[in-house]
Design a protein around this ligand. Structure first.
Ligand code: ATP
Length: 226
């Protein structure tokens, strides 16, 4: 379980999250809210990319402040723009990178690379340049690169924003089929419509936290979409 207790974050004295306490136990959790409401900030807290100014964030009891390395292994993070995540020129090199860092042996890296690339129809592209993949394929490669490290939780920051409808559907399906707990920050209300829980951020706080139908309804109402 990921747990936030009285978490506050400010950037240069500007409060972005104020006294947020949440226990994330469901398998599919959507996070929505207006621009600048603190969603990405919240996401970055979950794997210790960002540390709270006040309060604590724990992952299966591990504190993101004092046990950052263990937390990073438990919580994978998929960035909005896969270009920020893809670091090696070739597809198969890129996917192997995280596993090498974790000290996986060669045979395991090869087996897991093959499995992940086949899962997302990227196997035929394994020796191609990652930069020439389509936007959706890049996003799937970024997801694969996180999945092979076997995190227990995966945080997605706006995973479908840059995608056309076909790729959006592919990534939506990929997230739906994950065995791991997924926490998805998004403006794409279709993506989270069948999730277990949706958290809505507004004015530095959680404005609603409910099943999708109710939480999305409150969000629409707050945005004047009634
Ligand atoms: N590194 C930073 N330094 C200063 N201010 C920041 C920084 N990162 C975010 N902010 C500010 O904090 C607020 C919350 O940003 P955040 O990215 O968490 O919002 P968001 O809900 O993800 O927004 P969006 O939907 O537009 O992506 C914004 O006002 C933003 O300008």
């Amino acid at each position: 379980m990921i747990e936030l207790t009285d978490v506050s974050v400010s950037y240069n004295d500007k409060v972005v999250l104020s006294e947020v306490s949440l226990r994330l136990t469901e398998r599919r959790i959507g996070v929505i809210g207006s621009n600048g409401s603190g969603k990405s900030t919240f996401a970055r807290l979950l794997n210790g990319l960002l540390l709270p100014d006040h309060g604590t964030v724990t992952v299966d009891g591990l504190d993101t402040k004092s046990q950052a390395k263990d937390v990073r292994q438990k919580v994978g993070f998929v960035f909005q723009n896969p270009d920020n995540q893809i670091v090696f020129p070739l597809v198969e090199e890129d996917i192997a990178f995280g596993m090498k860092n974790l000290g996986f042996d060669k045979a395991t890296i090869a087996a897991k690379t093959e499995e992940a690339l086949k899962r997302y129809d990227l196997w035929d592209h394994r020796s191609h340049a990652a930069q020439f993949l389509s936007g959706g394929q890049k996003q799937l490669l970024a997801i694969s690169g996180v999945l092979v490290m076997e995190p227990s939780y995966i945080v997605f920051d706006e995973p479908t924003t840059l995608l056309d409808l076909r790729n959006k559907l592919t990534v939506t399906r990929a997230i739906r089929e994950l065995e791991q707990t997924a926490i998805v920050v998004t403006h794409d209300l279709d993506l989270i419509a069948d999730f277990d829980r949706v958290i809505v951020f507004a004015n530095n706080r959680v404005m609603a936290d409910d099943v999708p139908e109710v939480a999305i309804g409150k969000y629409r109402e707050a945005m004047g979409d009634v």
